[in-house]
Design a binder for this molecule. Sequence first.
Ligand code: ATP
Ligand code: MG
Length: 334
Amino acid sequence: MNNLAQSVDAGSPQPGGEAPMLECRGVSRNFTVGKGFMSEKKTLRAVQDVNLSVDRGKVLAVVGESGCGKTTLAKMMLGLLKPTTGEIYIEGKPVSEIGIRQIARKVQPVFQDPYSSLNPRKTLESIISLPLKVHGIGTREERTHMVEEMLSMVELPKRLLHSYPSQLSGGQRQRVAVARALIMKPEVILCDEPTSALDVSVQAHILNLLQDLRDEMNLTYVFISHDLAVVEHLADYVAVMYLGRLIEYGEKSALFSNPQHPYTQALLDSVLTPEPAKGIPEIALGRGFPNPLDPPTGCSFHPRCSKVMDRCSVDAPVMHSRDDHLVECHLFDE
Ligand SMILES: Nc1ncnc2c1ncn2[C@@H]1O[C@H](COP(=O)(O)OP(=O)(O)OP(=O)(O)O)[C@@H](O)[C@H]1O
Ligand SMILES: [Mg+2]
């Protein structure tokens, strides 16, 4: 085992044994951005040096404000984006060596917006069976049968087989997106804000469905959300991101009962605000989210931090192990 793996394993809050279902080791992703043809190009560090892992059958929630890098991380886990540095492993195998088709058989996404992610010109049968067709699985009749089975798994009536997305409610569309993800019998479902476009009551149904499916199919979830109430309900482990960095990571119960990072503390305080689903209120955190193209020096959270110290604007903090979880903050320097 190399040093990096050792340090990650040593810091991982999950017990050892077989390889984790999904693991990120030192994963970073940069984007080059420039306004126009002649303008200066800048590097945007969307994800920086993320180490985390999730065991089979568990739910890892990734939380943080808009722009902190959650979707970028998710796209790398799906093999849709390559890390600039670092590697993602599925059951111990590097994603860079697996190939996109094999990744798709293991990891399937459910995205935020069930309106734009379903092709409006296709019937549900055609939408849900598309992954099977792409992978050349089954005859036409077999595929129809599998789609019917999936519709019942996600509690949609079979009569909708020949309907179009426009004929469905938001909640029903999200069930179609879940069915499409499940038809390949994947091991990991990667949900990027899967319910944030839905009404609260519909959200609850979808979340219950996801939980039931997890038990029935022994699924592993990576669940991206800014809604900490949802995360508290579903997650086994929580990863908190800030400006591309993983700043606190650990078992949900430890993290919720005893958050260590001032940012996580502010996030949890924001759950107590009247409308947590609307996102993380500015008030709890003072100034707004910094410009990712020009991040603050030292600890990137320092301009908004209630416990800021002199060294925070100078030195970048390192990860510390605290009270059963990991936290990247100068408060815990020796
Ligand atoms: N293709 C791209 N080119 C340039 N910058 C990008 C690209 N994709 C993402 N970014 C930038 O990377 C950062 C992280 O974006 P990302 O979409 O991962 O955030 P997020 O946490 O998913 O936000 P949200 O909660 O709004 O979905 C942002 O600053 C974003 O502007
Ligand atoms: Mg996103």
